[in-house]
Design a protein around this ligand. Structure first.
Ligand code: ATP
Ligand code: MG
Length: 696
């Protein structure tokens, strides 16, 4: 049979098995995703199940579109497989057609993380509460926990330390309802509510799908699990694949143990284990196995140790550099060398980091060395302020109930409309903000009235043409509000980048026009966008966080910043669970590599201020150091400390003194502050440095 040709015995068994719910449990690179793809193809080709009766859930949009492509190509399909999607996109589709049943209108708005945090900030302000205690990030995180746990007592638990939390929660929920908006968590729990409260609707959705498949199951949370249970009902029609060793989203409610619970919730579950890795060389696999065997999870015995027939492989290097600057420079030069010596291309490389701030140095080095690179993740395109500003005009024009969009644009550019005026407008609110604005018009001061008039004209125009000509409308808004001028004055340093981003948005909207998608669909996609979405098929090195690298693979991988406090992160030092997760993250990072793997760290790293901190190598390196080729630039470091020792006595340092620093070069002291000195360096400007790092 063509569909299972090339699959190994276990993989083929997983594709062909339909006797009961199926759980494929296996380590990285063993072909789990491949099994899902082939099973979809098998269902369609051999069992003649129509494509739109198969639901396949992936963790990222990118994974979904890759799977769609494969299925389409394999079967020579024209149509888009619309039910290969992420949990969130699936839920949006369900809710768009059923919203009324749970008290929303179908054109509900999706609040992304930033919208939600802003709404919380507004609520905290409204309630006159301490904004230091009730920080939007923290409160949002807690609200997510509450919603994801499907358990109201969680709110009580947090209320011990944050007594006003229930009030904020209530108001936040009111705010969402008022704006006909759902946050990311609502998208999921509202589907659970919908199905639980409406057995007939549930029946309809159950009948819609003959088979359900889920990739990266280890990172599903309780609510997502609940949705699957409801959809499957008492049938057998589900296959999930996952690897508890790669569970890296516990902060979003996943748990490596959940995957083991699958058996309980789906009685009669069959488990198939894969044991052959096709991705990495034996050496890479061997250190991956060592790293994860240090884990404490009870799933450890459940996963078979992977083997590969790609015997041996190239040495794995651990390189210690003097400073983070040297580290980035090394990575850049190494990439160039490998390309020129061995014929690799830029696209074959990925630099993985635990914390996104580590990327700054690497970017600098790549710019200097003229290495094309792409940051995957960071601030997502659709979360960039300038992109959101313009989109908010379109969003508001289409959906004038959207409170956050309204607040974002009503005073952008400044129209002299502050909180007081917004309150006044709100008192006229009946249907939506547009109506409120029109009805309150005569009650506003004459000066503001004129500006509001201009605003209304812009909105009216966009309402008229927005759906047909979104890109033209975005340009129209850009001009009508003098947005370029606004960017130039607000961001004198990087306005050019920002204008380029707005241009990119125009292009994206043109694409919408060509594809026949509606603007509403586009807005929805933009709110659900994720880090990996930005990956372009261009010939460039990818720099990304380990989280964003999930499911991907690269011929050459660098893992940078392997230092205590970075990888593992400082947060994990006092939290065993978190430390376990860091270990799993390291396992994920290593297993992205196919052929070459470099681990790097630096002895000194620039801290928050300007001085360098001495670092400690990551504890994870201990377990694997015997398998690594270790290179260190220790001589340079020793020399450096020699110099430190010969430093003049601190008493000799005074304001006006010319000094030299090993890393920053020449400078002049402008201030002495205890054991530190403020120095203006010729090359890097002002820095505060420990006195004993300076030489006359
Ligand atoms: P991860 O845990 O990282 O998500 P995975 O288990 O999903 O990995 P895949 O991405 O499906 O693994 O496969 C890893 C690599 O191995 C891919 O390049 C895939 O094409 C290849 N591969 C998988 N199975 C086979 C096979 N039977 N023959 C040849 N190559 C295979
Ligand atoms: Mg996979």
């Amino acid at each position: 049979m063509e569909v299972i040709e090339g699959l190994n015995e276990k993989q083929a068994e997983a594709v062909l098995y339909f006797g009961s719910p199926l759980l494929v449990l296996a380590g990285a690179g063993s072909g789990k995703t491949k099994v899902i793809t082939h099973k979809i193809i098998f269902l369609i080709k051999e069992l003649e199940i129509p494509l739109d009766r198969i639901l396949a859930i992936t963790f990222t949009n990118k994974a979904a579109s890759e799977m769609k492509e494969r299925v389409k190509n394999y079967l020579g399909l024209e149509e888009e497989p619309q039910w290969i999607s992420t949990f969130h996109s699936f839920c949006v589709k369900v809710l768009r057609s059923e919203a009324e049943s749970i008290g929303y209108s179908r054109d509900f708005i999706i609040y992304d993380e930033e919208d939600s945090k802003k709404a919380i900030k507004d609520v905290v302000k409204e309630l006159n509460l301490n904004s230091d205690l009730y920080k939007p990030e923290r409160v949002k995180h807690i609200f997510s926990n509450i919603k994801q746990s499907l358990d109201d007592t969680v709110l009580e638990f947090y209320s011990f330390t944050m007594p006003h939390l229930p009030e904020i929660y209530k108001k936040y929920e009111e705010h969402l309802a008022f704006s006909n908006a759902m946050d990311f968590d609502d998208l999921l729990i509202n589907v659970v509510k919908l199905f639980n409260q409406n057995p007939d609707i549930l029946k309809r959705w159950q009948n819609r799908f003959d088979y359900i498949l889920v990739d990266e199951y280890q990172d599903t949370n309780k609510v997502q699990h609940q949705i699957l249970k409801l959809l499957v009902g008492d049938r057998d029609c589900i296959t999930v694949v996952g690897d508890p060793q790669q569970c890296i989203y516990t902060w979003r409610g996943a748990n490596p143990e959940n995957i083991l619970e699958f058996e309980k919730d789906f009685p009669g579950t069959k488990i198939i284990k894969l044991e052959r890795n096709y991705r990495s060389t034996e050496k890479i696999l061997s250190i991956a196995n060592k790293v994860i065997s240090g884990s404490k999870g009870r799933w450890k015995e459940k996963i078979l140790k992977l083997w590969t027939d790609r015997k041996g492989g190239e040495d794995i290097y651990l390189i210690r550099l003097d400073t983070d600057k040297h580290e980035s420079g090394f990575i850049g030069k190494m990439i160039k060398k490998i390309i020129s010596d061995e014929g690799y291309s830029y696209r074959d490389f990925a630099v993985l980091i635990r914390m996104s701030y580590v990327s700054r140095n690497i970017e600098e080095a790549f710019i200097n060395l003229k290495i094309p690179y792409q940051i995957v993740g960071g601030v997502k395109f659709f979360e960039r302020a300038e992109v959101k500003d313009i989109l908010a005009y379109l969003r508001f024009a289409l959906l004038p109930k959207d409170t956050q969009a309204f607040k974002r644009i009503i005073n952008l550019p400044s129209r002299g409309i502050g909180d007081k005026t917004i309150e006044k407008i709100r008192s006229f609110y009946e249907r939506d903000w547009l109506q409120a604005l029109e009805d309150s018009y005569n009650h506003l001061s004459p000066k503001i009235r004129m500006r509001v008039q201009e605003f209304l004209e812009i909105i009216e125009t966009v309402r008229k043409y927005g759906n047909e000509k979104p890109s033209q409308m975005a340009k129209y808004v850009f001009d009508a509000i003098n947005y370029e001028e606004y960017l130039v004055s607000k961001y004198p340093k990087d306005y050019e980048d920002r204008i380029a981003n707005v241009n990119e948005l125009f292009n994206a909207l043109k694409e919408v026009e060509r594809s026949g998608k509606s603007l509403l669909e586009f807005l929805e996609e933009s709110s659900l966008s994720q880090a990996q979405d930005s990956i372009q098929e261009e010939n460039s090195v990818k720099i990304m966080t380990v989280h964003a690298s999930k499911g991907l693979e690269f011929p050459v991988v660098f893992i940078a910043g392997l230092e205590e406090g970075i990888f593992p992160s400082g947060r994990s030092f006092e939290d065993i669970e978190q430390m376990e997760e860091e270990r799993r993250l390291f396992y994920v990072a290593i297993t992205r590599a196919k052929e070459k793997l470099f681990l790097t760290y630096s002895k000194y790293r620039a801290g928050y201020g300007s001085h360098y901190n001495e670092t400690k190598p990551s504890r994870f390196l201990q377990d694997i150091k015997d398998d690594l080729k270790i290179i260190s630039t220790q001589r340079a470091v020793r020399k450096r400390s020699d110099k430190v020792n010969t430093t003049v006595s601190s008493d000799d340092l005074k304001v006006g003194q010319a000094v030299k620093h090993d890393i920053f070069g020449k400078g002049v002291i402008t201030k002495i502050d205890g054991n530190k000195a403020v120095v203006i360096f010729e090359k890097v400007g002002e820095k505060t440095i420990r006195k004993d790092f300076l030489k006359i």
